[in-house]
Design a binder for this molecule. Structure first.
Ligand code: SF4
Length: 324
């Protein structure tokens, strides 16, 4: 891994569930449970897991769009979790987000030019009207749109084009890190590849680092240098993409991988169907969170003891009593 641009240490996020007429806390959702990882400069970490596993909450806590309950986030040597409002605003220039839903994330009443230009105005990045408009045109062209699109509204665009507008908005402030929060999940499969290719080109062009959140391993396969797999708020495996796709260790990673289509029609991979649903993050199972669905669990060990995330080889970490 290159020198880390981002270090996440023991990140925890709990949400209160309130009830009764006094709106007292009656329960707690354990959305992110002691998550740690690093992202190398200019690299992409794919963060993968089923819906509700805490991956988007992790991304938002890193940017402090949601305040973490505890833990630390270090960006280029600065502790993001300790920054005051002003410093955090300055840091927003370096760290941006692309949202999942290109339909909901763009203000329908604003023109595309105003959506992209908003950040230029907030951060004082254009001195004159001409400079402002030239920069917007440049950003539109960078993402494969053109100057004519500037005065149109989001509803006039397809899903793929709207996601390009979202990318242009993120690029407006010349960030170093972008949290891509399921940026292609709402798009048709044919359009997904185009958006991923665009993100790869932009990474090369602007030396960007990505935290790329997705719910299946097929989406992040080509863009990721490393992949972290999450289950019920915890990271269960991290490795380089090559290692994770060829030699997965955790049974949950194996199950996710078994669902990834293989391009060679003659090659076959046995599909591992997990039993049951993901348990509630309000009362996650004890011991290994995955033990209620794990095809190789060993009781009582797996139900009683939490497996630590252990390094099994250079850069390959797994949280399982029986593997590694
Ligand atoms: Fe399965 Fe046990 Fe490993 Fe958890 S610790 S993944 S339950 S074998």
């Amino acid at each position: 891994m290159t020198e880390p641009i981002l270090r996440v240490r023991n990140l925890v996020k709990n949400f209160s569930v309130r009830g009764g007429i006094l709106a007292r806390e009656v329960d707690r959702v354990h959305a992110v449970d002691n998550v740690s990882f690093e992202l190398g400069t200019g690299q992409t970490l794919g963060l993968v897991g089923e819906s509700g596993c805490g991956k988007s909450t992790t991304g938002r806590c890193i940017l402090r769009l949601i305040e973490p309950t505890s833990g630390e986030v270090w960006f280029e040597g600065k502790n993001v979790t300790k920054l005051g409002r002003r410093d955090l605003r300055a840091l927003c220039r370096d760290m941006q987000i692309i949202f999942q839903d290109p339909y909901a994330s763009l203000n329908p009443r604003m023109t595309v030019g105003s959506i992209i230009g908003e950040a230029l105005t907030i951060h004082g990045l254009a001195k004159t009207r001409q400079e402002y408009e030239e920069r917007i045109v440049q950003l539109l062209e960078t993402v494969g749109l053109n100057a004519d699109h500037m005065r149109r509204f989001p509803h006039e665009f397809s899903g793929g084009q709207r996601q390009r507008i979202g990318i242009a908005r993120a690029l407006a402030v010349s960030p170093k890190l972008i949290v891509c929060d399921e940026p292609v999940s709402a798009l048709d499969v044919s359009i997904q590849a185009q958006v991923i290719n665009l993100l790869e080109d932009l990474q090369q062009q602007f030396s960007l680092s990505y935290l790329f959140i997705a719910h299946d391993l097929s989406v992040v396969e080509h863009i990721s240098t490393h992949v972290a797999v999450m289950y019920l708020g915890r990271i269960v495996e991290i490795a380089s993409a090559r290692e994770l796709y060829t030699s997965p260790l955790h049974p949950y990673t194996e199950a996710l991988l078994s669902a990834v289509p293989i391009p060679d029609p003659k090659a076959k991979r046995a599909r591992i169907m997990l039993q049951g649903d993901v348990p509630s993050p309000i009362r996650p199972p004890g011991g290994c969170h995955f033990h209620t669905r794990c095809p190789i669990r060993q009781m009582p060990l797996c139900g009683a003891e939490k497996p630590e995330l252990r390094q099994t080889s250079e850069g390959h970490w797994v949280s399982c009593h029986l593997r590694g």
